[in-house]
Design a protein around this ligand. Structure first.
Ligand code: ZN
Length: 429
């Protein structure tokens, strides 16, 4: 494996659709630093977001650099070409030092029987009894089971290898961070599947530092986890055990850690995650999807006047184009259309009513997760407004940035990393 840029232990993927909130996002990481926890910001934006908005990867880099310069942030930071594929990676190459290679579409595609056979010949350790430290039960596999798993994932990992080596070739000596993501698919991956995937990744000589599997349960955009929290915690622990084992067994980078996509707003599993990270002394990359964009909407609405009017207009536009907006996100949203307020209702709302419905405060009875998810996928409506939207971001800057920072720090960094330390201390006392 060639030399690679090392990723720090804790990192947060901050999405910033319109590239206006980098400073407010960085401030949240600075607050964590003030509380003694280093969480490194990674500005990520996918090709899909760039296409929807009509933006260029250079703008993500420029916004990140400007924020870092303005606040004198001396720790590392990164710019992630999120969910790239061989056809979409090139335009990110001059601007990104972090690449999330998305091969979910290759999972389950027919794989050559010879390739499966030779993989298994090289990995006799995967057939039979597998004992992984920190997992009590033994994994017992048959040849047929392993063949089935390899058949499902080998092609996807080989594709990841192709993309990784393509990036290396073009970037020359410049080092970068590599993530492989398999989260945007219908079926979650078991810890055993994760082990096979990591063995295959090592064979491809990808110095992987973050892996994004699909976890059990639903990770809907902008709202809380839906699923069995106990089962999630068990699998999350097993995944951490598998990663620690694979690092040693296959010589993968010591810095390898889990990446949780759509990880923002999953408040009900943060305690489970925090406990597991402490148990394994493991790192984490948490990607926050569009939670910042929703804070922009909240800030606009909270500002009242023209900001509130614009926020209402975006909601009404999203309601009119609901089918088209939701289609690309079908596997990651659950909207009950009957629970969406009508355009007439919303047009009568005060700032407080709009904010209460949208802000992710589950203790507020006016909170509406359906409206929140619709607005989450509704950023295209704002993009179509062009300068009108961007000007509003500038006019309402103070209310927006306050909400962006508060959301990232209080609802995300604090329960996951900062409070975790304090509670961890109490528990050992
Ligand atoms: Zn993702």
């Amino acid at each position: 494996m060639s030399d690679f840029l090392k990723l720090e232990k804790f990192s947060i993927g901050v999405g910033d659709r319109f590239a206006h909130q980098a400073k407010a996002q960085l401030r949240a990481c600075m607050m964590a630093a003030q509380h003694g926890v280093e969480v490194i910001p990674v500005w990520n934006k996918s090709n899909r977001e760039h296409v929807t908005i009509g933006s260029e990867p250079a703008s993500t880099r420029a916004a990140a650099d400007a924020a870092v310069k303005k606040f004198g942030w001396r720790k590392p930071y990164h710019v992630d070409a999120d969910h790239i594929r061989l056809e979409t990676v090139d335009r990110f190459l001059p601007h990104s030092d972090f690449y999330t290679i998305d091969v979910a579409d290759w999972i389950g595609k027919p794989t050559d029987a010879k390739a499966i056979g030779s993989f298994i010949d090289c990995h006799p350790e995967l057939v039979g009894q597998i004992s992984i430290p920190e997992i009590e039960r033994l994994f017992q596999t048959t040849m047929a089971e392993v063949e089935c798993i390899v058949g499902k994932y080998l092609l996807a990992v080989q594709e990841a290898g192709k993309i990784y080596h393509h990036i290396v070739n073009i970037k020359g000596g410049e080092s970068f961070i590599t993530e492989v993501s398999m989260d945007e698919t219908d079926h979650s991956q078991t810890p055993l599947e994760l082990l096979v995937i990591l063995a295959a990744i090592a064979d491809e000589k990808i110095p992987i530092q973050t892996i994004a599997p699909k976890f059990t349960g639903r990770f809907n955009k902008g709202v809380d986890y839906v699923g069995d929290v106990v089962q999630f915690e068990k699998e999350f622990n097993d995944d951490l055990a598998v990663i620690a084992f694979a690092v040693k067994q296959y010589g993968l980078p010591e810095t390898l850690k889990l990446s949780v996509h759509s990880g923002s707003d999953k408040f009900s599993i943060y305690t489970s995650m925090r406990r597991a990270l402490a148990r394994f002394n493991a790192g984490l990359h948490i990607k926050t999807a569009g939670t910042t964009w929703l804070e922009e909407m909240i800030g606009l609405a909270e500002a009242g006047g023209s900001g509130l009017t614009l926020a209402k207009e975006i909601y009404v536009g999203a309601l009119e184009h609901i089918g088209e907006l939701c289609a690309p996100y079908a596997t990651v949203i659950d909207i009950d259309q009957k629970k969406l307020p009508s355009a007439t209702t919303v047009n009568d709302w005060t700032s407080e009513q709009f904010v209460s419905a949208l802000r992710h405060d589950q203790s507020n009875r006016a909170f509406n997760p359906h409206l929140r998810q619709l607005l989450h996928v509704g950023y295209k409506i704002a993009a179509q407004m062009g300068d009108r939207y961007l000007d509003a971001l500038k006019i309402c800057e103070s209310t927006i940035s306050r909400n962006v920072t508060y959301n990232l720090y209080e609802r995300h960094l604090k329960p996951l990393f900062v409070a975790g330390r304090e509670i961890g201390k109490n528990e050992t006392r």
